[in-house]
Design a protein around this ligand. Structure first.
Ligand SMILES: Cc1cc2nc3c(=O)[nH]c(=O)nc-3n(C[C@H](O)[C@H](O)[C@H](O)COP(=O)(O)OP(=O)(O)OC[C@H]3O[C@@H](n4cnc5c(N)ncnc54)[C@H](O)[C@@H]3O)c2cc1C
Length: 325
């Protein structure tokens, strides 16, 4: 039986007092771009998350889970369903084993762990977003990755809660099981962290935060690095690998990866502009929003860059950012 929009409205509003209708993506993404989420809900507890998913299933309403919106490009036409912002912020420490709700902010988590003398995440300080977003995107920086000290991930699969071992999360460079199975919601993680001096960890995090501010000015409207770097061993075709390697200096290859920024800069990306979206003049892989742009501008600019790189280097580069529609 067809469920009408007014029935969906009524049912959601009755069950969730904090529900927002036609909520702007500009308020919930670091890029401050995109249209309206038909429904927007913040969940702070596992029980609220389950209620929201079950109700969406019952109402045949599509849903999408977000963290802090620091890797998102929502469509100008918005999202015709329920956006669920995860703010489950449990934080349980048992010696060097820690359970952390996926809605915890990554930086706050790292600073808390630093203070407790628990190591393994300190170099990721300054990556925006939540723990859930970091697991989804296999986030990392300065030689550390979210998976390093991870022991297991607690998920909700739309029916039940389960634990997934680190191996089963299939982490790769900026990739994980969760990118191919969007029905899996990350609700928490368990880390086992080696112990170190708190003072030393805090200094590392603070130094890295300062260093990062040179690339990302505080307040810049962007989703971080736009495209993924190129992992040489993952290039399927020998012919493509050879063509690419013949066109770059070998000193550009760092730990088996080619920085995509180098390819983009070679094809003249710096300073390119489409509508209100610009490629930074100091970094070819940084697209930022002037304030009045559209998601469409982002897509046009991204396609232009992809085409230029394909034409010159013979390789198709892939977005790290996530489009939402
Ligand atoms: C200035 C800046 C610098 C950045 N630097 C880095 C960097 O150095 N390294 C790096 O790796 N990234 C970097 N990023 C990208 C971004 O911060 C990360 O991808 C971050 O982990 C995204 O987390 P989030 O909570 O904001 O996720 P969101 O942007 O809200 O969502 C991103 C994706 O994760 C999914 N997701 C979020 N939460 C969950 C969940 N609980 N369960 C299932 N799926 C979920 C969403 O559906 C979406 O597809 C940077 C971004 C910015 C703006």
């Amino acid at each position: 039986m067809m469920i009408t929009n007014s029935e969906i409205n009524k049912s959601l509003k009755k069950n969730f007092k904090g529900l927002k209708v036609n909520y702007s993506f500009k308020k919930i993404t670091t890029m401050k771009i995109g249209g309206l989420a038909r429904y927007f809900l913040v969940v702070k507890k596992e029980t609220e998350l389950v209620e929201a998913i079950f109700l969406a299933q019952q109402l045949k309403l599509k849903w999408y889970i977000i963290g802090d919106g620091s890797n998102l490009i929502p469509d100008d036409l918005g999202f015709d369903g329920l956006i669920i912002k995860n703010q489950i912020t449990d934080f349980i420490v048992q010696d060097n084993k820690i359970f952390i709700g996926a809605g915890n902010n990554l930086l706050n988590t790292i600073l808390n762990l630093d203070k407790l003398g628990l190591a393994g995440l300190e170099k990721m300080a300054g990556i925006p977003g939540t723990i859930g977003g970091a697991i989804y995107g296999s986030a990392g920086a300065y030689g550390q990755e979210i998976k390093d000290c991870l022991s297991r991930v607690r998920i909700f699969d739309g029916k039940v809660f389960k634990w997934l071992s680190k191996k089963n999360c299939r982490f790769q460079y900026r990739n994980s099981l969760f990118k191919s199975q969007k029905n899996l919601i990350i609700v928490g993680v368990e880390f086992i962290c080696p112990k170190k001096e708190a003072k030393e960890l805090l200094k590392i995090s603070q130094d890295i935060i300062k260093l990062r501010e040179k690339k990302y000015q505080p307040g810049l409207l962007c989703p971080g690095s736009f495209f993924k770097n190129i992992v040489i061993k993952d290039i399927g075709l020998e012919k493509i690998r050879k063509k690419l390697l013949s066109k770059i200096d070998s000193n550009k290859v760092i730990f088996g990866k080619i920085p995509v920024g180098h390819l983009l800069e070679t094809v003249g990306a710096r300073g390119l502009k489409q509508g209100g979206v610009i490629v930074a003049s100091h970094h070819g892989n940084l697209l930022y929003h002037e304030g009045k742009g559209r998601a469409k501008d982002v897509v046009i600019l991204a396609n232009l860059l992809k085409n230029r790189v394909k034409k010159h280097f013979g390789i198709i580069i892939e977005e790290e950012v996530q489009y939402v529609k």
